[in-house]
Design a protein around this ligand. Structure first.
Ligand SMILES: Nc1ncnc2c1ncn2[C@@H]1O[C@H](COP(=O)(O)OP(=O)(O)OP(=O)(O)O)[C@@H](O)[C@H]1O
Length: 361
């Protein structure tokens, strides 16, 4: 296997939103340490700055903070910054790690005064733990139930004041009583290309990678609005620059490297393009049912729906309609194909596919 094949093989979801093991190791080194270093998210940053300054001026604990937004946009990073700005320690855990109310009670009772508790994936916490959290957030108190059945007794436990920073990709799934207990809610947006360029320049500096302005712009344009992906692509481009070029990341080097890793100019990878290609070439642009589309690309229905589609929809390349998936005119243009006359992609009305057996979702 040559270098290109090996690189392409390891390119499996290079643009996936979740952190892999390699990311986790490098992310710690690349995280901005204070609000001043944190790039973009102007509104959230300014509002949070006020919340933290006010809490510091009062000499108290900061209000509970809810951060919502897609993976890799900086929620964990912001929670660490909150702790650093308040000069307090941070404890990090996640909703799925808290199965029982007792697990939560153990964590809460071991917090020190003012400590930040970061709870990732808040929407995936169990119901009993969630209910315990209501009281803990509001009154800094929990009732620990000892024993079972008629003999069970609730022992009240006082907690030190703490700041809960909850993170979720699905704010809509949080029960209103939980949402209402946060003093501040910040919604994280996808980053603009210029902001990602700044993220890339900053990371390149920390990783000792030489990169020019055009090289950073090239990577930023393929990073799907997400700093985690920008940092990951930068590391792969650095590898290419070291092996194939003189170590300097220019636009040409970045473009060639990401071509090897099959991430195209708009940030689509092999799976994204396979879905679009099937939709356009096999089904005339749709509408076609999700299951049929998944079979056509040899993937599970869930993979197409949860991994490829969100970005394609966000980019305006694919639409989910009650009759099935439909390609937009931008999808035809992106793949350099011409929509057949009379299809939705050609800008006329009607589904145009004539494939009535395909509407299975
Ligand atoms: N505003 C930013 N400026 C610079 N780097 C950032 C910024 N936001 C995120 N990053 C970088 O992106 C990476 C991912 O960020 P982080 O882990 O905070 O995301 P997240 O939203 O918590 O993701 P997840 O929900 O998957 O845990 C980190 O390496 C971090 O340094």
């Amino acid at each position: 296997m040559n270098w290109d094949d090996a690189a392409a093989e390891s390119a499996e979801r290079l643009v996936g939103p979740a952190a892999d093991r390699e990311d986790q190791a490098v992310e710690a080194a690349l995280r901005p340490r204070d609000l001043g270093e944190f790039i973009g998210q102007e509104r959230v940053r300014q509002q949070l700055d006020l919340v933290l300054r006010a809490a510091r001026a009062r000499g108290g604990t900061a209000d509970h903070v809810l951060l919502s937004g897609a993976p890799g946009l900086g929620k964990t990073t912001l929670s660490m910054i909150i702790a650093a700005e308040m000069g307090v320690p941070i404890r990090i855990t996640s909703g799925p790690a808290i199965q029982h109310a007792g697990d939560l009670a153990a964590i809460l009772s071991s917090l020190t005064e003012g400590e930040v508790l970061f709870l990732d994936e808040l929407h995936r916490m169990s119901r009993p733990a969630e209910e315990m959290l209501y009281m803990a957030m509001e009154d800094f108190r929990v009732d620990v139930v000892v024993g079972k059945g008629p003999g069970a007794t609730a022992i009240p436990l006082e907690l030190p004041p703490f700041t809960l920073v909850g993170a979720t990709t699905r704010a809509g799934l949080l029960p209103p009583p939980l949402r209402d207990r946060f003093g501040f809610t910040g919604h994280m947006e996808f980053y603009a290309p210029a902001e990602l360029e700044r993220v890339i320049h900053r990371s390149a500096g920390l990783l000792d990678v030489t990169i020019d302005t055009a090289g950073a712009a090239e990577i930023a344009g393929r990073s799907r609005g997400t700093p985690r992906i920008a940092n990951r692509l930068l590391r792969r481009v650095r590898d290419y620059a070291q092996v194939r070029a003189d170590g300097v990341v220019t636009r040409e080097v970045a473009a060639k490297a990401l071509e090897v890793y099959e991430v195209d100019g708009r940030g689509l990878d092999r799976l994204d393009r396979a879905v679009l290609q099937a939709l356009l070439k096999l089904f005339g642009g749709g509408p076609v049912g999700l299951s049929t589309l998944a079979v056509a690309v040899g993937e599970e229905r869930e993979t197409v729906e949860e991994v490829a589609e969100p970005f394609l929809v966000r980019e305006g390349l694919l639409a989910r309609t009650p009759r099935g998936r439909v390609a937009t005119p931008a999808a035809w243009a992106h793949l350099g194909l011409v929509p057949p006359q009379g299809t939705a992609g050609a800008g006329t009305s009607g589904d145009g596919s004539g494939q009535s057996g395909l509407f299975d979702s």
